[in-house]
Design a protein around this ligand. Structure first.
Ligand SMILES: [Ca+2]
Length: 101
């Protein structure tokens, strides 16, 4: 497992991480991602950090929640804060079960 904490604590590292993930899922290079692309991003995160795949409904709920301006897509800024939240949750949950992150 990668050191999620160090990614979260280092803004440069985090930006690099978020950017590469964004570019990976934004296959049309539209600069925005839709729910399907978000689902792909979540699966990749799950694989990368060895956590369970998220439920489809959860992804859609998350998407609506994070789409602050209601555009139906997530732009990079929206995506970035989402990734930050997810990584934070992974750290908290992992620490609860005594897993090193
Ligand atoms: Ca949006």
């Amino acid at each position: 497992m990668k050191n999620i904490k160090s990614i979260l604590q280092n803004e440069k590292k985090f930006n690099k991480f978020a950017k590469s993930l964004f570019e990976h899922v934004d296959t049309e290079s539209s600069g925005e991602i839709d729910p399907q692309e978000l689902s792909r991003a979540m699966k990749r995160l799950a694989k990368e950090f060895e956590i369970d795949d998220p439920e489809k409904e959860d992804i859609y709920d998350l998407f609506e929640y994070m789409d602050v301006d209601g555009s139906g897509t997530l732009d990079y800024e929206e995506f970035k804060s989402l990734v930050k939240d997810i990584l934070s949750v992974i750290v908290i949950e992992s620490e609860k079960i005594g897993k090193k992150v």
